[in-house]
Design a protein around this ligand. Structure first.
Ligand SMILES: *Cc1c(COP(=O)(O)O)cnc(C)c1O
Length: 479
């Protein structure tokens, strides 16, 4: 028996590298990541390769380990090369972020110490840190002291949590679902539709409220629809507004919507996954006015604070409402339940054991302060407006509505031929070129190009490069 234990112990000890082994592993990892960071402003934003990383499958998981250098080569070729490069400032397509370096250090420490951030009893300091960050977010938005929330993996889960809290706070029962009404627009993020379904609410009536020319919810139509629904005996219970839509960056008229919501005793859920952190700058704060009236609010640090992926947040105006939906009990948790002077994330979210997400947000904010984040957001707003002005100066291009935040829609109208096809080819040309990455969308049935500026590495030179590339490709396609 003892001999057997010792035998296994010896093999299992490979899980604990010596300090020399740690140093040499770290050396290789640092060399690889430093090389990437030193070249980040030169490497392409998009790379299309034939193999699309499929060699990773040729190297199966087996009994014995391999050298770190050979593994880094595998990662480099198959993972870090093909496809979109979200760390690049040239990523101007979806809602980028970039992934700030300081967060990597936070994640490193969080992984080494592996503090338990799910339960206050187990990781009191870790939980306090996460709650402090959520309190800071509440404060910058202007939510009251009663607010609380969760650091989530992203906006999708944050939307789900908000919608589940709304369902329970409005005391919705299964028998009410098919006469209960949710108000939203056709521009809400698809994660909202998904969250409605996951929350069991797919039988509810969804009222897609018409939008104005800037794709913002028409508040007058909202008010009329709620009145009409009440009159016909339905049960309006939830409004879902956007503080920055993904497609066009539009901000719904939140102040008026909040008033309508209050007058009718509805729950106002605001999806600010993309836009909410613009509240840090003066212009953004004005545009987002009314966001502080939300009953629940989603904001993504992996978008608006440029963190690496895996960081969203939900705030709920009255954190008791979160507890009502997500509290739990288990016999084996009885020691934890006694230490309840701070709510545990596990009691106000669907998760129990989770990544200690706080440190990757706390460390950057403490290391550099809020000012550089504020300035970066201010810069992105201005870059979007700069592009909006400049693109219209290039012959043939037309701009969509003036950008509320940092998304600009535009398209090229060729003198002759099919505009749809032309724009489709144009976006492909830019993507294949790879120096920058842009995306497209359908707006009012028209193929439309989209610029989304939110990488912390996107600066004036990047936007000027995009303008040059667009000119170049238009010329090419017209020749
Ligand atoms: C990105 C986004 C989401 C989804 O967030 P994830 O972090 O990708 O899960 C939801 N709403 C809006 C407006 C978004 O831009």
């Amino acid at each position: 028996m003892i001999e057997k234990i010792k035998h296994f112990e010896k093999i299992a000890l490979q899980l604990e590298p010596s300090s020399e082994q740690r140093a040499s592993l770290m050396d290789e990892v640092l060399r690889y990541s430093e090389d990437f960071l030193n070249r980040i402003y030169q490497i392409p934003a998009y790379v299309s390769t034939e193999d699309k990383g499929k060699d990773i499958l040729l190297s199966p998981i087996v009994e014995h380990g391999a050298e770190i250098s050979s593994l880094i080569k595998l990662i480099e070729h198959n993972v870090d090369r093909p496809g979109l490069n979200p760390a690049s400032g040239g990523h101007l397509g979806y809602i980028p972020g970039g992934g700030i370096y300081f967060s990597a250090l936070g994640d490193y420490l969080a992984s080494i110490f592996n503090r338990y951030a799910g339960i206050y009893f187990a990781g009191p300091g870790a939980v306090r840190m996460e709650h402090m960050l959520l309190d800071w977010m509440s404060e910058i938005v202007g939510l009251p002291k009663t607010a609380g929330g969760n650091l989530t993996s992203g906006g999708s889960i944050a939307n789900l949590i908000g919608i589940v809290a709304a369902r329970d706070a409005q005391n919705l029962k299964a028998k009410d679902f098919d006469r209960s009404v949710i108000y939203l627009t056709a521009q809400v993020h698809h994660s909202v539709d998904k969250a409605i379904r996951i929350a069991g609410l797919k039988e509810c009536i969804l009222r897609y409220i018409p939008m104005d020319l800037n794709y913002r919810m028409d508040a007058l139509q909202l008010e009329r629809q709620i009145a009409a629904d009440k009159k016909s005996g339905l049960n309006p219970f939830l409004i879902i507004a956007s503080a920055g839509t993904t497609d066009t960056g539009s901000v719904d008229p939140l102040t008026v919507i909040a008033q309508i919501s209050k007058q009718n005793n509805l729950w106002l859920h605001v999806d600010g996954a993309y836009g909410a952190f613009f509240v840090l700058c003066d212009d953004g704060k004005k545009i987002l006015r009314g966001m502080e009236e939300a009953d629940s609010l989603v904001m993504d640090p992996h978008k608006g604070l440029f963190l690496p992926y895996g960081s969203g947040a939900v705030l709920v105006r009255d954190k008791k409402k979160l507890f009502d939906s997500f509290w739990y009990q288990a016999n084996y948790m009885q020691d934890a339940l006694k230490a309840q002077d701070e709510l545990s994330p596990a009691d106000i979210s669907p998760e129990l054991t989770k990544h200690f997400r706080g440190l990757r947000l706390w460390l950057p904010l403490k290391l550099v302060g809020v000012a550089p984040f504020r300035a970066a957001l201010e810069e992105k707003l201005l870059l979007a407006r700069y592009f909006y002005d400049e693109i219209k100066k290039i012959e043939g291009f037309e701009g969509g509505p003036f950008p509320d935040l940092s998304v600009v829609t535009y398209r090229y109208v060729p003198k002759k031929g099919d505009a749809e096809k032309f724009n489709e080819m144009l976006v492909k040309e830019v993507q294949n070129d790879g120096r920058v990455f842009i995306s497209s969308t359908m707006l009012d049935g028209k193929f439309t190009l989209r610029l989304a500026v939110l990488s912390f590495r996107t600066h004036l030179a990047t936007i000027d490069l995009l303008l040059e590339i667009l000119k170049e490709k238009v010329k090419l396609l017209n020749s």
